[in-house]
Design a protein around this ligand. Sequence first.
Ligand code: SF4
Length: 422
Amino acid sequence: MTDESQAMSGVTDGPLLSVENLRTTFYTDQETIHAVDGVSFTVSPQQTLGVVGESGSGKSVTARSILGLVDDPGRVHPDSEIRYHDPAFVQTVARTYPDRVTWAGEKTARSASDAFVTIESGSGEGSSVTVERGSVNLVAAPDDVTRSLRGSEVAMVFQDAQTALNPVYTVGNQIKELLDIHQGLSGTEATEAAADLLESVGIPDPKRRLSEYPHQFSGGMQQRTVIALALACDPAVLLCDEPTTALDVTIQAQILELLERLQHERNLSILFITHDMGVIAQVADAVAVMYAGEVVEQASVDRLFDQPRHPYTQGLLQSIPGLASEGDRLPTIDGRVPTPNEPATYCRYAPRCPEAFEECKSTHPERVPVDSANEKSGWMRAHTAACLLYPEDESLEDRLQMHHNFGAPDESDAATTAREDD
Ligand code: SF4
């Protein structure tokens, strides 16, 4: 993990999940769409990272990439890193694939070029290895590693409960199937566990409800059931993809309260995706703002709302109903999110940006600290923005140079580009 990706964590223990330079591209006959283009962030233990942006910004593709659920013609680039840091999981994978392990620090001699397990501290060899700190890079790992992570370690709460639930099976059957696959529970034991799950998400009379079908549930209860399904395998991380978008505000508030309670009860880390800044203010500890496949600003939630620095974030915040003075017309951001169908050699927000200047059309802004003092405080507490206006205490010439340097391709980029060209 780099210092940059530590910026979102806010804790000293290190992240549970870290995403580094994630690039997910869809290749069609007509065009190449860079849906996720160099995204980095971390999700810390028991904290909530909010990911916010308009439709088409790449939020959901980011979540699906983490779980290996990107469908054809999409592909996660091999130089991306999605690292899961739970020591017990890392240990299991390290014992299964002993020849794919790299030892960091004092034991670098045992590195392997195609390793996807990194052990930072631990001991032992092969099937007796013990891991204290380490990570598994899911992008490079075989499919069975990602499958073993999905549900049991990292689970997803989908946006549309009606689609997520199977209409021809009872709610009980759907939960018990997961309990059988992942925990080997059956019969009375599975029924009891399924009822407990429904009760934990606030569904009354859970034993009777198990025998009902999804259409017999209200919208709010369906969403609670989707959360129960996600919790069936006791994951450590929940990826919540717009879980309240289809709900009215009263039910939305109840679901947000439920997630907060479950987070505390189960020590969950949450990646919460939404287009709603009001929801972000309620749920998030830290925020990553996405635009056209990129993270354009990230900071703690307090800092982002107090001092938004990227013009896009400022526009999003100004367009929250209730923040404008009474009688004022609510500001909006004109235009739409562009389809990121060409390499980012310029600022993708420029056509909509009220502060755009000439260089924005020819220089791609990289995520940099928003001021030099911020940079000196280290990336751990960094507030960063991908905008040529920053760091604002530098001259324009120095800023442009800085963004060029941050964005300079390294050798692995060149190798990847060469592979794509073949
Ligand atoms: S780089 Fe330029 S166009 Fe892009 S957000 Fe900053 S000022 Fe606006």
